[in-house]
Design a protein around this ligand. Sequence first.
Ligand code: CMP
Length: 139
Amino acid sequence: REHAHVLEVQQVVQRFPIFADIDPEQRQEFLLLFKPRSANPGERIIQKGDKPDGMYFISSGKAAVDTDAGEVALGPGDFFGEMALLSGSRRTADVTALDYCELLTMSRRDFLQFLARNPGLRQRFTETASQRSEVNRRG
Ligand code: CMP
């Protein structure tokens, strides 16, 4: 059963381009840190200004990020929550489920500890975070 769960999660994670380059052993370790969670249409997953609890990866469904520059839709293969975790600040935007979403979540602690041992992956998340904050700044 345990094994079946791991394989299922692995299939999901292979859909996330950000994980393409981590070596299989590391990826397996990373997979075990995920907890599945769902969100109903209209449910607020992240509230702007909150202290960050963790990371979110979208397996299915769509979520809307309400930025100062407008609404950005995220879907399967996308992730959110990295900005506050990496900068040590508060959540920068509300994120709301647009329809029924299946998410993989990871605690702040597990995420940051894993990145501390994987500089390449940390770099990728950092690049995405700075691209997004640039978009939000420009409007
Ligand atoms: P965080 O600030 O922790 O919480 C809100 C999240 O929304 C943020 O991390 C990003 O993951 C995401 N986000 C913010 N701005 C954008 C954007 N312009 N495009 C996509 N995602 C964004």
